[in-house]
Design a protein around this ligand. Structure first.
Ligand SMILES: Cc1cc2nc3c(=O)[nH]c(=O)nc-3n(C[C@H](O)[C@H](O)[C@H](O)COP(=O)(O)OP(=O)(O)OC[C@H]3O[C@@H](n4cnc5c(N)ncnc54)[C@H](O)[C@@H]3O)c2cc1C
Length: 499
């Protein structure tokens, strides 16, 4: 008998955090059901399919393949049992808005030469930077990421003490850390663009996250066959094999603690009575909108005072013809991007001179365009990070679309305006409506120093016995790999409490 045999657990929300938790709990013997608001599993990693085009609506960078191997390995399977991976080369292309352009290749030796070409000694500095980054990655993954430390007493541990000097050195910000190695602003940008994945800026993200350098340059940028949606499918299939039940189109409206277990009611009045509940829905939504007031852990002020990661203006475009100038991943960066970050975090407004990301999966995957015909069609989306909570009405979206099309033409040479045959956009209010996301943040709680590790909301509710949280608001944090690990932590907490 395993520890959870016969325990009925409902998971609210089928994003990566919910799917991961469900697999671990079902594997431990629980009867698990995921109740998802939308028409498909995957949450922020939803798929949009229309007129022969297929878009991953959210994540498109498959990073940290080691984490996926560990996840599937726990169940005696492997990612390649579900999907093939291709390492992208170049990892990405950057257009700097001063007319300069650089491809960042998969080969580290070549990257080193590129760094040296920008600044004498930067090749050597690149190696030194990555050595530190790799060490930090290994220490952080073992001691703080894979090991959950939800209580203060969990930090009084020999391994933590040994890692502490490094940790303390790294509580400065990423801007300062990168400046210690590279003077050239473009090299600083290359080392810092991954911070957008953490929902932060170079000035508000702790230097500890220099480990993203190891993630990028050593572990590599990969593409799963048929896109990130394949990873969602893989986890749903794995859950199926483990006995997880799925309910879609079922927004949960209420979670109430009963004498024995919970009452969980969906908007159409359907009632469920699990023994335990895990919520993968955004923390603020669960606390403020699903629980009665006396069962909340945090006040409105708590949520209002947090630093949220950016939202995004996304445009999904099916395009006629090719876009030779772009790579699978392309970044377009202004020379001075401080203004863009400041218009996200300090003085929220639509960015005057945006830094943005273009994704063209049709470079690698013919199944994302009609009839697999990549000679006739390209599949492309644009992501402009913007401040959460901004007004995103039709007028500003239309105006900004024109601005971005002009910017793409000017800086990459790709004229798209008369070639778009399918389009849809997604912005702040869509994040709020589709995912119940607070202020329409795309990613959740930013990884600022005050919102890292033990300072993120806990997996266990301190107000309601038997209620747990998972996903990107909790530890370890934002991003697909982190949400997979978050599921493991949440399941461990449930198993610990039940045995
Ligand atoms: C545009 C974009 C680009 C990104 N790019 C990358 C990337 O390249 N690489 C990467 O690793 N990460 C990336 N991320 C981050 C990554 O996608 C997220 O961190 C991760 O998918 C979040 O998973 P989650 O389970 O925490 O939340 P979610 O995916 O939001 O899942 C929560 C689920 O709860 C459901 N829900 C909410 N309220 C209710 C309710 N009342 N009842 C029932 N269900 C409810 C929601 O519908 C949703 O399905 C990106 C995110 C976005 C938005």
């Amino acid at each position: 008998m395993s520890s959870l045999d016969g325990t009925a657990i409902d998971v609210v929300g089928g994003g990566f955090g919910g799917l991961s938790t469900a697999c671990y709990l079902a594997d431990a013997g629980a009867d698990v059901r995921i109740i998802e608001k939308n028409e498909q599993m995957g949450g922020r990693a939803s798929r949009l399919e229309a007129e022969g085009f297929r878009f991953d609506m959210g994540p498109s960078w498959y990073l940290m393949p080691d984490v996926f191997e560990r996840f599937f390995g726990h169940f005696g399977t492997a990612p390649e049992d579900y999907y093939e991976l291709e390492r992208l080369d170049p990892h990405y292309r950057i257009f700097f808005k001063d007319g300069d352009q650089v491809d960042v290749p998969a080969d580290r030796g070549q990257v080193k030469e590129i760094f040296e070409s920008y600044e004498d000694g930067a090749g050597e500095a690149f190696d030194e930077y990555l050595e530190v980054s790799e060490q930090n990655y290994e220490i952080a993954m073992e001691n703080f990421v894979y090991t959950d430390r939800p209580r203060l007493r969990d930090w009084i541990d020999l391994d933590v003490m040994k890692a502490a000097p490094i940790g303390l050195k790294l509580i400065g910000n990423m801007q300062g850390h990168v400046e210690d190695y590279f003077e050239h602003p473009k090299l600083q940008q290359i080392m810092q663009y991954t911070l957008v994945f953490l929902g932060g800026s170079p000035r508000n993200t702790p230097a500890l996250y220099n480990m993203m350098g190891h993630v990028d340059f050593n572990l590599g940028v990969h593409y799963p066959e048929r896109g990130i949606g394949s990873v969602v499918d893989a986890m749903v299939d794995l859950g199926d094999e483990l006995g997880v039940e799925y309910v879609t189109d079922a927004p949960v409206a209420e979670i109430t603690r009963r004498k024995n277990g919970f009452l969980l009611a969906t908007e159409d009045g359907t009632e469920y009575n699990p023994d335990l509940v895990v919520s993968d829905a955004d923390y603020a939504h669960t606390e403020r909108e699903l629980l009665p007031e006396h069962e909340r852990q945090y006040s409105d002020d708590y949520f209002d005072s947090k630093t949220y990661a950016p939202s995004a203006f996304l445009m999904y475009w099916g395009v006629e013809g090719d876009v030779d100038e772009l790579a699978h991943h392309t970044l377009v960066l202004p020379e001075d991007w401080d203004q863009h970050f400041s218009q996200i975090f300090d003085d929220p407004q639509w960015p005057d001179n945006p830094a943005y990301y273009l994704c063209v999966p049709s470079k690698t995957d013919e199944t994302v365009v009609p009839d697999g015909d990549t000679d006739s069609y390209s599949n492309l989306f644009v992501l402009v990070p913007i401040a959460p909570g901004l007004d995103d009405g039709e007028e500003i979206r239309a105006e900004y679309r024109e601005k971005v099309l002009d910017d793409i033409a000017e800086n990459t040479g790709v004229e798209l305006r008369d070639r778009i045959v399918f389009e849809e956009d997604f912005c702040v209010s869509d994040f709020a409506a589709r995912y119940n996301s607070i202020q329409g943040t795309a990613l959740g709680l930013a990884h600022t120093l005050k919102q890292t590790a033990i300072l993120r909301p806990n997996h266990r509710s301190s107000a309601v016995d038997g209620l747990y949280y998972t996903g990107s608001f909790t530890t370890p944090g934002i991003g697909v790999p982190m949400c997979l690990i978050s599921g493991e932590h949440t399941a461990d907490a449930v198993i610990d409490d039940q045995t």
